[in-house]
Design a protein around this ligand. Structure first.
Ligand SMILES: Nc1ncnc2c1ncn2[C@@H]1O[C@H](COP(=O)(O)OP(=O)(O)OP(=O)(O)O)[C@@H](O)[C@H]1O
Ligand SMILES: CCCCCCCCCCCCC/C=C/[C@@H](O)[C@H](CO)NC(=O)CCCCC
Ligand SMILES: [Ca+2]
Length: 542
């Protein structure tokens, strides 16, 4: 329960032409009409109860600004004097707060309060601003922003200038903006330049652009810490800088998964309030070198081929994936590999366990990992060898417009595991049925006998490519028949970037990075207009 001594400021102010008791607590602000007392501005009587009130956590205040309003009484006086005069004293302030408008979309709501005098108004602005500046909220003050002008529908620059810049200005965030001039511009900049002044690095772009930030920042962090990240057994260092994405790409799976929607204003508001969520990262190795880091989907076979083909149709924008996806489905290809994996030891956690990762996820917060222990001394490795159409390693649920529930709906943002999804050799119709379920919101997409799923900590992937001869097939005359395998090589789709190396070793690093996001909220549990936080007034009524 909120104790009364956490009250920082309490005054009767005018809101919507009515006297309201406004209370600033250390964690939230409450306002509402009272059922007794306080009819004179600035005075209130105890005990008082709010009749109906609203409460906003400090975290969800975007900004507090003075509001230039000519008050009714002054207007009258000035009119009688025949002068048009703006009040010299600012007596009103505006709270800009997060408003949820449905479907995980956030907007800014303005709430205006009129104070008895300029002094009271200044006191309110100072008190709220000092809470906003408090370190416990971790709001960014200086950001490094990369804009990819060629991602998605090529609107990133416009999105930034029209929607994001004004919000950052309102929230007092200084942003150094770099419009990228080539692929890897952001990656190289992060590797080489001085980043000490920033609190975070963000991009306006898609998953590929985010991958540049991720790879640049993780390599830079290990380099600065003298960590040899080529060795898979190494415990990696968590970066100080937080990452953020404002959607401006085609799939936008990272932002869709972590904010619940691919909406630029919603993402900007998540960045402004400074809330962060830990996110698992896969490191991808080949022999003694690190190839890349990956957070969303690492896929071989169908999705690798779709990516390669889709790059030829970039001019189509996001629709290129539909077109290439369809073309690739028409030409069925089968691959073969040996996949060894280290399965999650806790059998309660499984890709089909029906759990959902929401903001404040208890599963993510409770899972324990013994980082630093050698993976290879473990004798619990299991092996799959066989033919498949699609192989995916899904480290976060991977929600997007193409798959609103996610490619692996029960995966978690920060459980330290990745889900292996193997769609084994099957008919084209069966593969389409599986894909249809990935796209639709209803049925279990893994409920097919040709789909195999595992939740794993690490895996090794060895493609089988050579035209082997299968001697065990006898023909109808009992003669041994040699069957030649027709196997194709694919490439990897690593967060939407092509990776041509075939055999790889992958390890999940539990919560290696922090993203400016909250993770999706369980909208069924949200009540937006009544006080959810336990304020003094409410607790007195209960
Ligand atoms: N100025 C630039 N010119 C060409 N390519 C760029 C430039 N800036 C960044 N890139 C590259 O463009 C690629 C794709 O960008 P991005 O991820 O933003 O959009 P997308 O591919 O349309 O979206 P998604 O990855 O969500 O499907 C990235 O791999 C990035 O390296
Ligand atoms: C008949 C119905 C068919 C419907 C098909 C639905 C399949 C949806 C799978 C979507 C996978 C998204 C996972 C995230 C991947 C991103 O890292 C990557 C880069 O942005 N996007 C793709 O590879 C884009 C891949 C797009 C493949 C089509
Ligand atoms: Ca995970």
């Amino acid at each position: 329960m909120e104790a009364a001594d956490n009250v920082l400021l309490k005054t009767v102010l005018i809101h919507n032409k009515k006297n309201c008791l406004v209370t600033l607590f250390s964690t939230h602000i409450c306002w509402g009409l009272m059922s007794c007392g306080a009819d004179a501005i600035g005075q209130y009587l105890e005990p008082f109860y709010y009749q109906r009130h609203e409460s906003v956590p400090i975290q969800e205040i975007i900004a507090i600004t003075p509001e230039k309003i000519q008050h009714a009484q002054e207007k009258k006086q000035n009119a009688s004097l025949g002068i048009e005069l703006i009040s010299l004293e600012t007596r009103s302030f505006c709270l800009h707060v997060v408003k949820r408008v449905g479907g995980h979309r956030w907007r800014v709501r303005k709430v205006i309060f009129d104070c008895p005098d300029g002094q009271a108004c200044g006191d309110w602005i100072d008190a709220v601003q000092s809470r906003l500046n408090s370190k416990e909220y971790g709001r960014p003050k200086h950001l490094l922003t990369f804009i990819n002008p060629f991602g998605g529908k090529r609107k990133a620059v416009k999105i930034y200038e029209e929607k994001i810049e004004p919000l950052f200005y309102l929230a007092g965030i200084a942003s150094e903006v770099i419009v990228t001039e080539r692929a890897n511009h952001a990656h190289d900049y992060i590797l080489e330049e001085d980043l000490r002044h920033y609190d975070g690095i963000i991009c306006v772009g898609g998953d590929g652009m985010f991958a540049e930030l991720l790879n640049g920042l993780l390599r830079r962090t290990q380099q600065d810490a003298g960590i040899h990240d080529a060795n898979q057994e190494t415990k990696l260092v968590n970066p100080r800088l937080k990452l953020g994405v404002i959607p401006g790409g085609s799939t936008d799976a990272v932002v869709y998964t972590t904010c619940g929607i691919n909406d630029p204003v919603t993402s900007a508001l998540h960045i402004i309030i400074g809330e962060t969520v830990g996110v698992d990262v896969c490191s991808i190795h080949q022999e003694n070198q690190i190839l890349r880091y990956c957070v969303s989907m690492l896929a071989y076979g169908y999705f690798g081929d779709v990516l390669i083909d889709s790059e030829k149709h970039r001019w189509m924008g996001p629709k290129r994936y539909d077109w290439s996806g369809f073309k690739r489905w028409c030409k069925k290809f089968v691959y073969e590999a040996e996949i060894s994996y280290l399965e999650c030891p806790d059998t309660r956690h499984h890709p089909r366990d029906g759990s959902r990762c929401f903001a404040g996820c208890e599963i993510c917060n409770s899972i324990q990992h013994s980082e630093g222990e050698s993976l290879y001394s473990d004798d619990k490795w299991q092996t799959f060898q066989g033919r498949f159409i699609s192989f995916q390693s899904i480290t976060m649920p991977c929600r997007c417009d193409l798959s609103p529930n996610g490619v692996s709906p029960s995966q978690h943002l920060s459980n330290g595991y990745t889900d292996l999804i193997i769609a084994k050799e099957c008919s084209q119709v069966d593969f389409l049925r599986h894909m249809w379920r990935v796209k639709s919101k209803t049925t279990d997409q893994f409920d097919f006998d040709f789909v195999e799923v595992h939740r794993v900590k690490a895996f090794k992937f060895r493609p089988i490519l050579e035209d082997g001869e299968d001697e065990e097939n006898d023909d109808s005359n009992g003669r041994q028949r040699l069957r030649t395998r027709q196997l194709r090589a694919s490439s990897w789709n690593c967060d939407g970037e092509v990776l041509t190396e075939g055999f790889i070793d992958v390890k999940v690093h539990h919560q290696l990075i922090k993203l400016f996001a909250r993770n999706i909220e369980d909208e069924r549990q949200l009540k937006t207009d009544f006080c959810e936080t336990s304020c003094y007034s409410c607790s007195a009524r209960r």
